[in-house]
Design a protein around this ligand. Structure first.
Ligand code: GDP
Length: 205
């Protein structure tokens, strides 16, 4: 059998609005792929790398960056959704609860969410906030994939070892692993694989 690789070229990526609640902004009913991870995991950089637009998602360095659900319309045919980061260490409880509410309102109520891409920093062992978030996705039956970010920050052997360790931790709770990708926004690593994967899912819808 010949497996054809389905590529995706992003020819158009435009900001399509921010919200704090599903249904707050009226928009087209199109498939949505959402991206989430701990603050500083490299989510904005990854979104910009994937879309080929260095200014689309606001990076952590942007002053006054607000935490909202941001929709980006891609190729006039699907939405890339940038969710607020979770696991901020230094936030007051009230603000953390507000973000949690925004995140779970989207994950629980978006009828167009196809899959959530959970970003994990490839440099560290599995963090408790990540483990807990992923476990919650499992309980709710939300389809998700994993992207190990910042792959350029360590050499091949260390990178591989760290990722294997994270996967091993997850396999203590999960029977099998979800689709996993490795990315570097600096080097463009993972771009083809991630976009081809999203395209292959879009083709099944
Ligand atoms: P966010 O808070 O998850 O949106 O994270 P950002 O995209 O703003 O990135 C947080 C920090 O990590 C910034 O200083 C980025 O320049 C850096 N960063 C993000 N992705 C990468 C990557 O792939 N490689 C390297 N070396 N640094 C990265």
């Amino acid at each position: 059998m010949v497996i054809k690789k389905v590529g995706m070229k992003i020819t158009k990526a435009e900001f399509a609005g921010s919200s704090t609640r599903v249904g707050q902004v009226s928009r087209r009913r199109l498939p949505e792929f959402a991206f989430i991870g701990r603050s500083n995991v490299g989510k904005s950089s990854l979104i910009n790398m994937l879309t080929g637009n260095s200014k689309l998602a606001k990076t952590s360095q942007t002053p006054g960056k607000t935490q909202l659900v941001n929709h980006f319309l891609i190729n006039d045919s699907w939405y890339l959704v940038d969710l607020p980061g979770y696991g901020f260490a230094r936030l007051p409880d009230k603000e953390r609860a507000r973000l949690r509410h925004i995140i779970w309102d989207y994950v629980n109520n978006s009828e167009d969410l196809v899959m959530l891409m959970v970003l994990i920093d490839s440099r560290h062992p599995l963090q408790e906030t990540d483990r807990r978030f992923i476990a919650e996705l499992g309980e709710k039956g939300v389809p998700f994939g994993l992207i190990f970010t910042k792959a350029d920050k360590q050499g091949g052997d260390n990178l591989e070892r760290q990722i294997l360790e994270i996967k091993g931790k997850l396999l203590e709770e999960w029977e099998e692993l979800p689709p996993c990708f490795v990315s570097s926004s600096v080097r463009g690593t993972g771009r083809e694989e991630i976009l081809s994967y999203l395209e292959s899912i879009l083709q099944t819808l």
